[in-house]
Design a protein around this ligand. Structure first.
Ligand SMILES: [Zn+2]
Length: 304
């Protein structure tokens, strides 16, 4: 454990203490509870109290996520990655199932998330010591450590303010681009030369968002200038700002989604077949993948 993690502040080595990892240089103790290291120093993405009882609805939503997490790795990313025994980081790994699956497939996998709720969920994972509470912009790993970094459904949440309530509302913060650059820069820092970063999220150029709503899978119509969901060109711009030599390509999202939640709605059932045909078409027509007809972007960044 101590061999892999570095201080996210100074990137120096950490001392293995009974209940913490310690950076002597800065006099910081990062707590380790249930074999899970916590580098956030209380600054979590969410507010979650382990003593509160989750509502039945919330519990169901978390259970539904399990199938999605399994399919994301087993049906999509493992076949896409192909090579074996790689060092892989899942940045924003949510429930952490991905790390157990990637490890079972023979990879040296780690996962981070900045959420207190996730840390609570991780107690059920087999490889808890491979999960850490951390921020993508300040990762607790050495430079160039990973061959592959996966980051699903995270970039859109950086640099925006999301409001709960009956209706999902979101607005960009003034420092959005700077925050997204810092986040991407953090992911690219831990990537080895020639390594691959996969980003995926709903396409901001597509006017319907099925993923961000107070009710799962219901359609949220939005302006393409909303400033929340990134489009392909925004990722190209961010990558170019960081290092113009980074190559950015759109991958076919076919196989990435199961549309299970969307199918609970009439329009989901009505559009299921046309959507399947569109996703299959993207296997063969590369220019569709980055265009506004694609509801869900999968983007590959290759580090020089
Ligand atoms: Zn330090």
């Amino acid at each position: 454990m101590v061999d892999v993690y570095r201080c996210p502040n100074c990137l120096g080595p950490l001392l293995d203490q009974p209940d913490s990892l310690r950076c002597d240089r800065e006099d910081i103790d990062y707590p380790v509870i249930d074999h899970i290291a916590d580098f956030m120093r209380g600054n979590y993405y969410d507010q979650f109290d382990e003593n509160t009882i989750l509502t039945a609805e919330h519990r169901q939503a978390l259970e539904r996520e399990n199938d999605g997490a399994i399919s994301r790795i087993n049906d999509f990313y493992l076949p896409l990655i192909k090579a074996s025994s790689l060092r892989i980081l899942d940045a924003g790994c949510g429930n952490g199932i991905s790390v157990d699956l990637l490890t079972a497939a023979g990879h040296d996998a780690y996962g981070i998330d900045s959420s207190a709720l996730r840390r609570w969920q991780w107690r059920e994972r087999v490889h808890r010591e491979r999960l850490a509470v951390a921020d993508g912009a300040k990762l607790p790993f050495a430079d160039a450590y990973f061959h592959v970094v996966l980051c699903s459904g995270v970039l859109e949440h950086i640099g925006v303010e999301e409001m709960g309530g009956d209706e999902y509302r979101v607005k960009p913060l003034p420092n959005r681009d700077e925050a997204r650059r810092a986040f991407l820069g953090g992911l690219l820092r831990v990537l080895a030369p020639g390594g691959t970063l996969y980003l995926d999220f709903p396409n901001g150029a597509f006017p319907i968002d099925f993923w961000h709503n107070t009710r799962g899978g219901s359609a949220r119509f939005h302006s393409t200038r909303e400033g929340f969901l990134p489009a392909f060109a925004e990722v190209v711009q961010l990558a170019n700002d960081l290092d113009p030599r980074i190559t950015v390509t759109a991958v076919s999202p076919n196989g990435r989604l199961r549309f299970r939640q969307v199918r609970q709605h009439w329009y989901g059932r009505a559009f299921a077949l046309p959507m399947q045909l569109l996703f299959a078409a993207m296997d063969h027509v590369p220019r569709l993948r980055r265009s506004a007809v694609n509801p869900f972007l999968v983007i590959r960044l290759t580090k020089p």
